[in-house]
Write a protein that binds this ligand. Structure first.
Ligand code: PLP
Length: 409
């Protein structure tokens, strides 16, 4: 296909393990593909474990969360001492939300929106309950976007924290991060961004927009592997004013003094808690390196081209068959996945996976998400997947899959 031949990122596909005649994988927004380099890294670290044993810690393991954090920082427009790899996204979120509430104890409100990822909302609810704060969840009028002015009217001088996800997990709608961060600052609140669906897909400029806090996962577009540890970001000027929620020994200024009194480390290190999961953390470096090599501007350009291409095919072939677009039409407002809605969405998703070798995913009640990962997805894959979608509708073969129970969608 001409579009693939002209794609400057086309060679990156060969850096991933991709089975020949295997499925068309359009779920990199949930679990990214595996970079080929992962096997070598894991093998090397297994050897280090076997041969070097506890001596492995000073030989790179102990510093891995900081070193990988500084690489992720480059993808997010952050300084190299502002990002740490640790824990899961949900845990990091809780840690930072509690720290933000403690930072301005006179303020009693947290603001988020109804399109935020459920785990984020649950974490905010728990933190609010625990610390006697009030959580405002700004509703969405159309179910796929919340407009910035709707968030802005919810902000006042009692707000400690505005906590939002940059790219909505269901619709892929993007929030205006610079504008909303500034709106939070205008009322004296901190702004926290969940970048789970942005990191490695949509460029962000944490420094440029003066974001205070951020979290995100590494297993989606960063291709870090199932359950790979997440990251957290704390703006440099805030680091020494925030208390770490979990005062673990590795966040101590001198962990190996084994001092019974806690003294927080300066800078981002105070947000460490316990011993990090080294094998899965180092495995995540391969995917991060590929993105650094490709460059986020090129990644975004291809992501937009792929989602535009998908939407054009939807418009011509699927819209007439009753499939609705549930993502913003304007690429400036859209991340790297496209949601298409159909009342039989789950059955269609299952038919695509089982009959057609196309792997999207499904988000209740009726969203089929097609994620495009610019490092390994091609235009021809997108075209083929959409034509298979059309075939499933035309043949009505999806009806066989109605009423199936599926544990992970
Ligand atoms: C994927 C995702 C998460 C995942 O959280 P984990 O704790 O890593 O399971 C959290 N927030 C958002 C917005 C996500 O998209």
């Amino acid at each position: 296909m001409r579009l693939d031949a002209a794609d400057p990122l086309r060679e990156f596909r060969f850096q991933f393990e991709i089975e020949e005649h295997g499925p068309i994988y359009l779920d990199g927004n949930s679990l990214g593909r595996m970079p080929k380099a992962v096997r070598g890294i894991v093998e090397q670290e297994l050897n280090r474990w076997s041969n070097r044993l506890v001596r492995g810690w000073p030989e790179g393991w102990m510093e891995a969360p900081i070193r990988l954090g500084s690489k992720i920082a480059q993808l997010l427009g952050a300084e190299d001492d502002e990002v740490l790899v640790a824990d899961s996204t949900s845990i990091n979120l809780y840690k930072l939300v509690v720290a933000a509430l403690a930072y301005q104890p006179g303020r009693r409100r947290i603001v988020t929106d109804a399109l935020n990822f459920p785990s984020d909302i649950y974490v905010l609810q728990a933190a609010a309950r625990r610390f006697n704060a009030e959580l405002t969840v700004v509703p969405s009028q159309d179910g796929f976007r919340v407009h910035p002015e709707e968030i802005e009217v919810a902000l006042d001088e009692d707000v400690a924290l505005l906590s939002l996800t940059h790219c909505a997990f269901k619709s892929g709608a993007l929030h205006d991060m610079p504008r909303l961060t500034e709106a939070a600052h205008r009322v004296g609140a901190l702004a926290l961004w969940d970048l789970s669906h942005s990191a490695g897909a949509v460029p962000v400029d944490l420094k440029g927009c003066r974001a205070d806090l951020a979290v995100g996962c590494t297993y989606k577009y960063l291709n870090g592997g199932p359950g790979a540890p997440a990251f957290l970001f704390v703006r440099r000027e805030l680091q020494d004013s925030l208390e770490s929620t979990i005062q673990g020994w590795l966040g101590h200024a001198a962990p190996f003094e084994f001092d019974p009194d806690y003294r927080p480390a300066p800078g981002i290190r105070r947000f460490r808690d316990g011993t990090p999961p080294i094998l899965s953390m180092l495995a995540a470096e391969a995917g991060i390196d590929l993105l650094l090599e490709a460059g986020m501007d090129q990644v975004r350009a291809k992501s937009i081209a792929l989602t535009e291409f998908l939407i054009e095919i939807w418009e011509a072939r699927l819209a007439p068959l009753g499939v609705a677009l549930a993502s913003p039409r304007d690429s400036n407002l859209r991340g790297s996945h496209v949601s298409l809605r159909h009342p039989d969405g789950l059955a269609i998703d299952q038919a695509l996976i089982e009959e057609k070798g196309v792997i999207p995913d499904f988000r209740a009640p009726d969203n089929i998400r097609f994620g495009v990962a610019p490092l390994y997805n091609s235009f021809s894959e997108v075209a083929e997947a959409m034509l298979k979608f059309e075939a499933v509708l035309a043949s009505e073969s999806y009806k066989r899959f109605r009423g199936r129970s599926v544990s992970v969608t």
